[in-house]
Design a binder for this molecule. Structure first.
Ligand code: SF4
Length: 358
């Protein structure tokens, strides 16, 4: 296809995407048309999580925190426990901090100008644009993970899409395509391009034969879709090690509240010991007596900057002098799943795998 024909087809990108969306897109998501607060909560939940996973958490969260003020005024623990299972708890903390700013600085009304929205904690350029486009119909381009993948393939953009240089190029493409969208359909266009990424232009095995914009997709035309996007350049991460003490008495396990700073701030976790620590001493320091111990399979948890190799050890303990207190509690592992404390993914994994079943 020659350059001018390709350009004119690109001008029809929005039109063809919207036609596809009308027939195949997602139209009944609970936050669609439900106002800025609902769209905002959904966008934050969707930052690291797929729509189908988000839906039940969203319903539970909105039932408990139906508006900005309720969220702003709630105890942090309550907000975190309604986030339990979604992970990446900083999103929940930022959401509440932002709700408090909206309450205090915007009279409880979610702002509708870009500068004010992007100034709120936890809201970057793409999330701000997605909220303004979907809640207020503003002509704003988004560039989330799905959109990046589509644009990299449409325009055969080389390089890792997370790098600032590549992102600058992708923002330009995102803006020029969004500018072609009819002004009364910006909210639909925003949903449509996210749906295209989630439903057809998937990371692996994209469904190009069903794609409404395959005619302009340069990677598709060059039979090179599998080569885009480029993967992240590998960097060796340092490895740290820890022992997690799964102190059990009957159906209960001891949880410790982590400090407000450092990894997993303010979440409920298992007590930890150095990899070479004497277990009976470590347990004794918790005010418990070790009856027996059983190593559980070790596993690796990866943070942005390092790997953490975790060795869980099941410790049957007795004669607890440790009572529930603000920073520690005994958690009943057979409790209903909607009463779970806010805890990090590795603790969730250990409790679910080794303690929840009779
Ligand atoms: Fe993605 Fe394939 Fe469509 Fe290109 S043709 S945008 S690779 S689904």
């Amino acid at each position: 296809m020659n350059h001018s024909l390709l350009k004119s087809r690109q001008n029809e990108f929005a039109e063809r995407l919207l036609d596809w969306f009308d027939e195949h897109g997602r139209h009944n998501l609970p936050w669609q048309g439900a106002g800025a607060y609902a769209v905002w909560v959904s966008e934050i939940m969707l930052q690291q999580t797929q729509v189908t996973t988000v839906l039940p958490y969203y319903a539970k969260f909105m039932a408990r925190f139906p508006d900005v003020k309720t969220l702003a005024d709630a105890p942090e623990d309550d907000v975190l426990s309604h986030w339990a299972g979604l992970g990446y708890y900083n999103r929940a903390r930022n959401l509440q901090r932002a709700a408090q700013l909206v309450r205090d600085e915007h009279a409880g009304e979610f702002p509708d100008d870009f500068e004010s929205v992007i100034a709120l904690p936890g809201i970057g350029r793409s999330t701000a644009a997605a909220i303004l486009a979907q809640a207020f119909g503003q002509q704003q381009a988004i560039l989330d993970g799905n959109v990046k993948r589509i644009l990299v393939r449409q325009f055969m953009v080389p390089g890792w899409p997370g790098s600032p240089k590549v992102q600058t190029v992708l923002w330009q493409h995102a803006e020029s395509l969004t500018a072609e969208c009819p002004v009364d359909r910006v909210a639909d266009y925003t949903q449509a391009i996210m749906d295209l990424g989630a439903l057809l232009c998937k990371r692996r095995a994209p469904l190009c034969q069903e794609c409404p914009v395959s005619e302009t997709c340069q990677a598709f035309l060059a039979n090179a879709v599998a080569q885009y996007p480029s993967s992240k350049p590998k960097k060796l991460k340092p490895v740290k090690q820890t022992k997690m003490l799964v102190c059990r008495q009957g159906n209960e396990v001891l949880l410790i509240k982590r400090p407000a700073t450092g990894i997993w701030p303010s979440l409920w976790s298992l007590p930890e010991a150095m990899p070479d620590a004497q277990l009976d001493e470590a347990v004794q320091q918790l005010g418990l007596r070790l009856l027996s111990q059983q190593p559980l399979p070790a596993f690796r948890h990866t943070f942005t900057h390092y790997h953490l190799d975790i060795e869980p050890v099941l410790c049957e303990v007795a004669s607890s002098m440790v009572q529930d207190a603000p920073a520690q509690m005994w958690h009943n592992t057979r409790a209903a799943s909607d009463g779970l404390p806010a805890w990090p993914a590795p603790v969730d994994k250990i409790v679910n795998k080794y303690l929840s079943k009779p």
